[in-house]
Design a protein around this ligand. Sequence first.
Ligand code: SF4
Length: 117
Amino acid sequence: MGANLICYLCPNGCELQVLEEEGRIEVDGNLCEKGAVFAENEFVNPQRLLTTTMRIANSKSSLISVRSDRTVKKAEMKDLVALISKTEAPMDVAYGQVLLENVGLNGVSVVVTGMVN
Ligand code: SF4
């Protein structure tokens, strides 16, 4: 089993090949060790910061932008987005305010990053 990835940790954008054989992971194409770690993490347990929007209570059109305070597993993104879409922020919401705590597999918080018109 394997995968082809592009490392985005620096402008070189190395094209990485990941190969898993008998539980061992080999990475080729990386110019530095950071790329090997990146590729292994992407292959075994890809994670991302979750960024999306949340409705403000009693307001049909106003949204705020929110993000997770840490990375979350890509596999759980859909469930977290569904939870956020069912949640409404208070009308007096403020930048940096925590709107959800200890959610998802890693117990992340969802914080306000800005207003959306
Ligand atoms: S492998 Fe190293 S040199 Fe290549 S893009 Fe990633 S960080 Fe940059």
